[in-house]
Ligand binder design. Structure first.
Ligand code: S3P
Length: 426
């Protein structure tokens, strides 16, 4: 599927954002492991969180969706059953890495696989701590398919994360539920904290390190989860509404977990006009309504410790940078090379095709903004966030911009193209 964009003079209206996929994956997994029935309000229709549901169903978890609520029959920590076939995680790294943690301590063998993009992503980062806990993990040259051997007894470890990754952190903490003793994860650069929040874990901060511990065998109570709208999806509209000449965009019910919102501060520091209204808390996660109006942007420098907090927003940030006056430098972001595609290479190639001045570095990008963009054909490289970022750029590039392989937006935001085109009136 391809999508063609033209310059939009105005961007206007309420945007229906998808529910947050990070929260959704975790709510589904914790509901499956709970002792009793849980409800998840606002479970997303996006492909990634649906991959998690399909895997949980294959592990014997019953669930049903009625009137926007997903009812999950939890099986307790010991109740999962062997799947009949390899579990297909689709395009979803979170599904694969979190489920590997859940499945490393089961009495049965299981294989986790995914699409071609997911089978290229690094899995040694989860195999190492799981093996240190006593799991039997066989990778395929460092990648999926991953075979987890059943019947291993796991024991708690203290693990200092070598890469700032919420997926690796969550994998180890979930495995810790099935391990004897206490499992502690230590992080030096904070990553998104949904897992520890949702499990109600205590966090200890000493000497610039965050320590999170979970006790093996800890029972999970069933409950009602409410999934806020996805800040990472909102990011594309925060940028679009800032760079299009006129209009006002409203983004209701956006999750504003502080471990996810560094991009909001960065965009404001670039000069964006974003109002935050009706701040509230829902299901343990802060949320609010955002209103964005056009504003002249200027360049900015971003690096650690902020990078994990805005890792998924960098494609949107790169488009904002191309439209901003002056130089933007993105550093410490080599992790982008092992996402759904090499996002640094994809952004550099696509923004250059649109006429932007971009220098690609091993761990980031330097973008000299303010040059007028012109339409071109750019590819998503099969990556949902590259597709959406290019859609936003297409609203300000002179002439026609065509995004090829644009359908992958459905991985995290099935309504993206409809919402973008409706708000832009094109
Ligand atoms: C996620 C963590 C991040 C992020 C991904 C979702 C999560 O990955 O990029 O989209 O839900 O834990 P890493 O933790 O591997 O950086």
């Amino acid at each position: 599927m391809k999508r063609t964009l033209r310059p939009a003079p105005t961007l206007l209206g309420h945007i229906e954002l998808p529910p947050d996929k990070s929260v959704a994956h975790r709510a589904a997994i914790l509901a499956a492991l709970a002792e009793g029935s849980s409800q998840i309000v606002n479970y997303p229709a996006s492909e990634d969180p649906r991959s998690t549901l399909a895997c949980l169903r294959a592990l014997g978890v019953e669930m049903e969706e009625r009137e926007g609520i997903l009812y999950v029959e939890g099986r307790g920590l010991e109740g999962l059953t062997p799947p009949r076939a390899p579990l297909d995680c689709g395009n979803s790294g979170t599904t694969m890495r979190l489920l590997a943690g859940v499945l490393a301590g089961q009495p049965f063998d299981v294989v986790l696989t995914g699409d071609a993009s997911l089978r290229r992503r690094p899995m040694t980062r989860i195999a190492e701590p799981l093996e240190a806990m006593g799991a039997g993990v066989t990778l395929t040259e460092g990648h999926a398919p991953i075979r987890l051997e059943g019947g291993r007894r796991l024991h708690g470890i203290t693990y200092r994360l070598p890469v700032a990754s919420a997926q690796v952190k969550s994998c180890v903490l979930l495995a810790g539920l099935f391990a004897e003793g206490t499992t502690t994860v230590v992080e030096s650069i904070p990553s998104r904290d949904h897992t520890e929040r949702m499990l109600g874990l205590d966090t200890f901060e000493t000497g610039g390190l965050r320590r999170l511990s979970v006790t093996g065998g800890r029972r999970i109570a069933p409950r009602t989860w409410a999934v806020p709208r996805d800040f990472s999806a909102a990011a594309f509209f925060l940028v679009a509404a800032s760079i299009v000449p006129l209009g006002e965009v409203r983004l209701p019910g956006v999750g504003l977990n502080p471990s996810r919102t560094a991009f909001l501060n960065v965009l404001r520091a670039m000069g964006a006009h974003v109002e935050v209204h009706h701040e509230r808390e829902h299901g343990g996660e802060p949320m609010a309504d955002l209103v964005v109006r056009p504003a002249p942007l200027h360049g900015v420098t971003v690096g650690n410790p902020l990078i994990p907090n805005l890792i998924d927003e960098i494609p949107a940030l790169a488009v904002a940078a191309a439209c901003a006056e002056g130089r933007t430098e993105i550093r410490d972001a080599a992790e982008l090379r092992v996402k759904e595609t090499d996002r640094l290479a994809a952004l550099a190639a696509n923004l250059r095709a649109l006429g932007a001045h971009v220098e690609e570095r091993p761990d980031g990008l330097v973008i000299e903004g303010g040059r007028p963009l012109h339409g071109a054909t750019v590819d998503s490289f099969g990556d949902h966030r590259i597709a959406m970022a290019m859609g936003v750029a297409g609203l300000v590039a002179e002439g026609e911009t065509t995004v090829t392989n644009a359908g992958c937006a459905r991985v995290s935001f099935p309504g993206f193209w409809k919402e973008l085109k409706r708000a832009a009136g094109i």
